[in-house]
Design a protein. Sequence first.
Length: 443
Amino acid sequence: MSDAAPPQSQLSKTLGPLMIWGLGVGYVISGEYFGWNLGLPAGGTYGMLAATLLVTVMYVCFVLGYAEIACAIPRAGGAFVYADRAFGPTLGFVVGLAQLVEFVFAPPAIAFAIGAYFNIFLPTVPPWAIAVAAYIVFTSLNIWGVKASATFELVVTALAVIELLIFAGATLPHFSVERFTADPLPNGWAGVLPAIPFAIWFYLAIEGVANVAEEAKNPQRDIAVGFGSAMATLVVLALLTFFAAVGVDGWRAIVFDASGAEVDKPLPLALAHVVGDSHGLYHLLITVGLFGLVASFHGIILVAGRATLEFGRFGYLPKILGSTHPTRHTPAAALVANMLVGFVALATGRTGDIITLSVFGALTLYAASMAALFVLRRTEPELERPFRTPLYPVLPALALVLALGCLVAVALTNAAVGAVYLGLMVGGLGLFALLRPKRRPTS
């Protein structure tokens, strides 16, 4: 397999390390604004914190290993290409399908949040309609051009980061050890397991940086710098947000509203306890907080288009999905196809299950990518590796073990969604077995 894409599917090389940092943080930053607090009823403060620390170690080790193969093989397919090269087409297809599940199903979950958010300001417009409109707008922006998309992503990501720092600055002076440690393990340490998917939501999709490697000006340098700095930024923001939000009035205050209903807006709930819901700072958070959702929604749409494009290049999807727009040089057909799948997911109305489905795909990708790193080190020792994983083989081995452990934990606590994921993988593999003799990779 050649590392070069055919001319009709080539992407423009316009991204530098700052843009890649913006994309990496942007893919993930909505996880700091919503979703993670839903792990607290199961884990409590200590259980959720333990899950978060475990997942943070996994992601740091994973990113350091993943950066090596991303810099050595800068292709838009990311983990799919690495697995195909290390294990052959069958396992490569399985990993590529897992990547598609992650990247295609994460945006609908975020679109739900965007729709619900705007519905506060536009109560006569249904949230689903706002979610559909958001899909159309940001898919169109991605079709227009990667540089415009990345510039937009950098701006909204920077605003979202600044807002998280403002939130921490306003709440940390009110941190209470007594409240932070109140009812810390409502289900004992067993609560760590069901909290894991929500801890993963803090970092989900950071690996999407690898899928824009083909569009980096100097992928061997820019990916390593952008990837590493993005991960460091996210670790700081995740831990800062956790302590700042929970420490104000305990974990229950950022999960349940006044009526006792479970809600998914931890930061506004925490800040309202400090300044009240009529304070200007509260309204600033509500307004600017939208940028965190938009940054991740837009960013994952971008990277999902690249993942689908590579599947089309290999002939595992219709040929049109493996081509780029003749003048914009963006994966227009792939972006539109992903949007249509997103509409189907939106119609289910099951945000939590969609998040968990995406987590299944992500954990499969993490484990397989680390295994591919080990195989490629052995089978292609001559491959140019501008960035080499520090403390090899310890760090990638730790990432592999933790990813497999988390996958088992998520499967045990989400059997129904796991069955859906398994059905998708088995069905896809069956289709692959039928189509493979007729379709060969195009690169």
